[in-house]
Design a protein around this ligand. Sequence first.
Ligand SMILES: Cc1cc2nc3c(=O)[nH]c(=O)nc-3n(C[C@H](O)[C@H](O)[C@H](O)COP(=O)(O)O)c2cc1C
Length: 174
Amino acid sequence: MNDFLQLARDRYSVRKFDPSKPVSDEQLDKILKAAEFAPTAVNYQPVKVWVFKSAESREKLLSCTKMKFIGDAPVIIAVGAKAEGAWVRPFDQKNYSEIDASIVSTHIMLEIHDLGLGSTWIGHFDAPELKKLYPEMADYEMVALFPVGYAADDAAPSERHEKSKPREEFVKEL
Ligand SMILES: Cc1cc2nc3c(=O)[nH]c(=O)nc-3n(C[C@H](O)[C@H](O)[C@H](O)COP(=O)(O)O)c2cc1C
């Protein structure tokens, strides 16, 4: 197995963090670099990343999602997609902003794991409420929250982690 396949295989959704271990500025910088390196359609980058680090901003965010998702993570990252300024496929007017934001999010998710930290892609949050708290997000489709931290000693993959569709259902050769 090469390194990337190993990384892809090993990463799992961490939902319990060790509050005694902070995320360093250097680690956060690497996560943000991975986000910046992500490809987007025509490189338009119609994506914005917000970092929640202070007790106050984390507290505000907690009111929009469940404690069980964010837990004791010392840092939380939010990713938003802006339709305006994104590439639009001319054949069917498909706007690529959320696809671009998902690629950025995937880079964030994998870099977190590569650094020995843990996270879960959280889609279950009250985006309208978040936008009320942070009006600067109004023009964005909020795609993901990522709690970031060291996994607690007893964190473990859920049973869903091991489940993949059979190859013949997932892939079809034409
Ligand atoms: C787009 C997306 C949204 C998700 N939203 C949530 C969520 O709101 N809460 C949660 O606990 N897990 C969430 N997950 C995590 C998935 O449940 C998890 O990735 C999947 O069950 C596979 O498990 P694994 O990540 O441990 O391999 C989300 C994952 C993705 C990709």
